[in-house]
Write a protein that binds this ligand. Structure first.
Ligand SMILES: [Zn+2]
Length: 84
């Protein structure tokens, strides 16, 4: 039945979360990591545990990607503002 498949899927997602980082410890790394990724760093080389969490947690992935975009925008905006 479909319900069984959903249960198995849910279990595997939950288990992936248990094996890796939880959202809270993942979020604690975001600010530092996002700055490095925005500067061209490779998340897989920097913090593979966070990368693993991002692949299975869409909430954190969206938050992290937004953070990288904000930092990139800030870095880009900084240089254009200097000509003010
Ligand atoms: Zn998460």
């Amino acid at each position: 039945m479909l319900q069984d498949q959903l249960d198995k899927l849910l279990q595997s997602i939950l288990r992936a979360h248990e094996d890796g980082m939880d959202c809270e410890s993942c979020n604690a790394e975001f600010e530092c990591l996002a700055e490095q990724v925005a500067a061209g760093g490779d998340i897989h080389a920097l913090l593979p545990a966070v990368e693993a969490h991002l692949t299975c947690c869409s909430d954190c992935r969206e938050e992290f990607e937004a953070l990288v975009l904000i930092i990139r925008a800030e870095n880009g905006g900084l240089t254009s503002q200097l000509t003010d």
